[in-house]
Design a protein around this ligand. Sequence first.
Ligand SMILES: *[C@@H]1O[C@H](CO)[C@@H](O)[C@H](O)[C@H]1NC(C)=O
Ligand SMILES: *[C@@H]1O[C@H](CO)[C@@H](O)[C@H](O)[C@H]1NC(C)=O
Length: 256
Amino acid sequence: RFWWCPCGLSAFLPLHAAGLYREWDDLGSNIFDYVVSSYIPTTSMLHRAGQPQEVPPKPFHLLAVAEAEVRGWANLPGTKLELELINKHSSGHRVTELVRSNATADATKREMESATWVHFACHGIQDTMEPTSSALILSNGSRLTYLDLIRMNLPHAQFAFLSACQTAMGTSYLSHEFAHLATGMLMAGYRGVIGTMWAIRDDDAPFIADLVYKKLFEGGKPDHTQAASALADAVCALRKERRAPSESWVPFVHIG
Ligand SMILES: *[C@@H]1O[C@H](CO)[C@@H](O)[C@H](O)[C@H]1NC(C)=O
Ligand SMILES: *[C@@H]1O[C@H](CO)[C@@H](O)[C@H](O)[C@H]1NC(C)=O
């Protein structure tokens, strides 16, 4: 395991994917081949991550939130498949789904109080002028903001997966799209978060989610502590089996 704690401009670099990028393929030697990377915003968070949770664990409960059609945003048909795959791997465990009109920011906040894991399949934006307004775009355009997240106190929270699909605008100032929201999740109480450094392709999201949840539910007992290595394996498959270009697989990161 390798924890990156970048500061300043280096926080915008995908350090976990540093390596030799050749003209004809992206399969040159890469940090990725040697270590399982995670990012942490501060070193004290690394200390916290190593501590057992202060509260007795709650029974497993996964909240899956998907919003595929928001007016003014590109549709995300891949989110439906993503939820089907989550349901497949988590069968026999408690799962609450908030989709379409039920996936409002208020309902999501309410359900997050009782869930131990949360999965978001929706758009997200990074507000560069007002970072606390960075948000997940939910039902009817309602927003779950960074500020909402850092105000939450979820001692039982374990794992969050922010699967943001393609954004309507792929401009460079959106490049750190989810890092701040992922940090917000850590502050809310989640011990580990999978997020994306920039916009991902709608059909890569279900591919990654499928392999990640398959591993997390392996053996029948959900284990969030495997999230970083599950992600590394999934990204490796995207990179080597699917021969996906670097802009497809580099954005996926584990934080915490
Ligand atoms: C919204 O939630 C209600 C109550 O749980 C459920 O009956 C309904 O089917 C849900 N609607 C959608 C679109 O999932
Ligand atoms: C959707 O949002 C608009 C504008 O905020 C609001 O007027 C409308 O009542 C909302 N619709 C639903 C179904 O919540």
